[in-house]
Design a protein around this ligand. Structure first.
Ligand code: F6R
Length: 637
């Protein structure tokens, strides 16, 4: 990794808001590989000098790629871990070792079982000791670290609360290893792993911030856009005990390793004009102008030369000004992206519209990762497409059966049992299985089958409500999802083939698909990748020349307006209709927005559309009830 001293002046200026040394990689894989190389170099160097190498290790999704690469190096390059001593950051409490969600299990599954580390050199906080022994245990843990010579290199992830280890907001900079209570956002983020929030342990034993700060070197890893906001605070914000990761700013040798998405909120990426000379293109002009509107709380057409000059946008005015010209340009760009005709307006001049007028009607294929993402993200747009005469097909990529609670199954089963035996499900067996189910148990196939059927019935009902007929609805049931647990399998050939088949069946003029890569368990990302791989396979199909691809965002985060290519207004009546379509997914009605205790996902989805409309209003555009947003995905063929 680079060293701060070696940075050119230009680069140092670009990073002037960054108080922690940060490296940004194209992908998590590249960042993980680089980190693994650093660890391996350290192990080898220590080994050469006959010394032990003391590593502080983290669990969670962030370091998995690093561990995978270390295992590969051990197997293929003979990297030995005989001289390595490890101390893990934390463990849930209470937590038996053999529980699939224990950090003990995690570390063995991802690393220790595949390398030649000596078992006696592994240290992980013990989630099984009685509560009255925890204090002594924590002191012993600290002593053991010291006796081993202190931590040479500490690997960290970061929680969305800003926690490092399980040091939640409020932890002191010199806090020791101790028992802590988890933050509600951390519990919500872990809910997926434990099937539901109620199953997540409320407590944990964690190395303290003070303990972490004694490590000689620290590398903190973060991937994906859901970490972008907290990463910005950790790197550019003031040191605050409400964001424990900011304490790292006081550590002498910490490097933050990010992928592009996690780095997106840093000044040099989000508002590059503040830290360097930029080449102004239309996209950047739009971004800067809307940023200025937000900052000054002013509509586009009221921005003045002075506003631009006073806010580090003098260069934009010099090169593209005066303000009047820039304002008009951006206003028109936004105006042209707003359309009530998402499938194109037949018999109208389409030169200034996001979609072509012809062909009309269009065949439209909507991909939905889970059964309900379609309605949550673009129910209003689907409704318009159908009403405007287009042939709309919906393909549900996964069964979504993990997200159906057992009590919902019991309700449906009772009805099914008493009406039809069609699916030949042994009702007694299902009742028994659910009754005897313990936390962490995988559902028996019959229960999963029922959960799948429940989601299919709901998705059908929502589609029917918007006049999409049965033969326009596909359930792909992509196999990568069917593990019975939150952890999904890798994308396989079968998954990609199912996408190819759906597309070839419809030969759509428009594809709508989830383009967000942030959903908590990575399903959206995998579904998007399956589309990319499928498109690669069929890139010579003629119908693709006529096809445009529109990306919507899952509920977790909306597109930035500056990036949007098509904004579809939703009237008050249409918004009610969208809500009713969402409600057809009754098994999902009580799902809470991650990190919130009282906002259901459906409510959030509707409010998000209203919020977007308010933003357009603030920019000085027409005032709508709600708006759904899309970004065009341009195919490289
Ligand atoms: C794990 C740990 C936590 C995680 C953090 C991020 O041992 O201490 O601080 O590093 O919650 O988790 P992921 O990597 O799953 O996003």
């Amino acid at each position: 990794m680079m060293n701060e001293k070696k940075l050119e002046v230009k680069e140092r200026l670009e990073r002037k808001y960054e108080k922690l040394f940060t490296e940004v990689y194209e992908t998590p894989e590249l960042g993980s590989k680089k980190t693994a190389e650093i660890i391996a170099d350290l192990i080898r160097e220590k080994n050469k000098n006959g010394e032990t190498c003391v590593l502080g290790l983290a669990t969670g999704s962030s370091p998995i790629g690093v561990y995978r690469e270390l295992v590969r190096m051990h197997k293929e390059e003979g990297l030995s871990f005989k001289n390595v001593i490890t101390f893990n950051l934390d463990e849930y409490y209470p937590m038996p070792k053999e529980h699939v969600q224990s950090y003990w299990y995690f570390m063995h599954e991802h690393l220790f079982d595949h390398i030649d580390i000596l078992p006696e050199n592994i240290h992980i906080p013990d989630g099984t000791i009685p509560e009255n022994k925890v204090f002594d245990f924590c002191q012993d843990y600290e002593n053991a670290i010291q006796e081993a010579g202190g931590i040479d290199l500490q690997i960290l992830g970061i929680g969305r609360t800003g926690h490092i280890g399980f040091n939640e907001p409020g932890s002191g900079m010199d806090s020791p290893t101790r028992m802590v209570t988890l933050d509600s956002l951390t519990i919500a983020d872990a809910a997926g792993d434990f099937q539901s929030e109620e199953n997540v342990p409320r407590k944990a034993i964690t190395m303290g911030v003070g303990t972490i700060m004694t490590a000689r070197r620290i590398i903190l890893l973060a991937w994906g856009e859901k970490k972008a906001a907290i990463i910005q605070k950790a790197i550019e914000g003031p040191v605050l005990d409400s964001v424990p990761a900011t304490y790292l700013q006081k550590h002498p040798d910490t490097v933050i390793v990010l992928d592009k998405e996690a780095a997106a909120e840093l000044t040099r990426f989000k508002t590059p004009w503040l830290v360097r000379q930029v080449t102004w293109n239309d996209k950047l002009i739009r971004k800067a102008t809307l940023w200025l509107c937000d900052k000054l709380n002013k509509p586009i057409l009221k921005l003045t030369n002075r506003d631009y000059n006073d806010n580090s946008l003098g260069d934009l005015v010099v090169k593209n000004g005066p303000a009047y010209d820039i304002n008009l340009k951006v206003f028109n760009m936004l105006q042209k992206s707003i359309t009530g005709w998402p499938g194109g307006k037949p018999n109208a001049d389409d030169t200034q519209r996001p979609e072509r007028a012809l062909p009309y009607p269009k065949r439209v294929l909507v991909f939905s990762p889970h059964p309900d993402d379609d309605m949550l993200a673009m129910g209003g747009t689907i409704n318009r497409l159908v009403e405007q005469g287009h042939e709309v097909y919906v393909a549900y990529q996964t069964s979504g059966n993990i997200a159906v609670a057992d009590d919902v199954v019991i309700r449906f089963l009772y009805v099914a049992e008493n009406i039809a035996k069609e699916h030949a499900i042994d009702a007694r067996k299902v009742y028994r299985a659910i009754e005897n189910k313990k936390q962490g148990d995988i559902d028996i196939p019959e229960v999963r089958q029922l959960k799948t059927l429940i989601r299919e019935a709901e998705a059908r009902s929502a589609c029917h409500f918007l006049n999409i007929p049965d033969d326009h609805i596909f359930f792909l049931k992509m196999p990568f999802y069917e593990t019975g647990t939150i952890k999904k399998a890798s994308l396989g050939q079968k998954d990609v083939d199912l996408m190819v088949e759906a597309m070839r069946k419809v030969k759509p003029h428009q594809i709508y698909t989830a383009g967000d890569l942030t959903d908590p368990h990575g399903t959206h990302r995998k579904c998007f990748n399956s589309l990319v791989q499928a498109l690669e396979k069929i890139k010579t199909d003629n119908w693709l020349n006529e096809c445009r691809i529109w990306l919507y965002h899952g509920t977790w985060k909306e597109w930035e307006i500056a990036d949007v290519d098509m904004a579809v207004p939703v009237s008050p009546e249409e918004l009610k209709k969208k809500r009713s379509a969402i409600f057809r997914h009754s098994s999902q009605k009580e799902m809470m927005f991650p990190g919130s205790e009282d906002v259901e996902i459906w409510r959030y989805a509707i409010e998000r559309n209203r919020e977007t409309a308010k933003k357009y209003d603030r920019f000085g555009m027409a005032e709508y009830e709600a708006i759904e947003l899309f970004v065009e995905y341009v195919l490289n063929r």
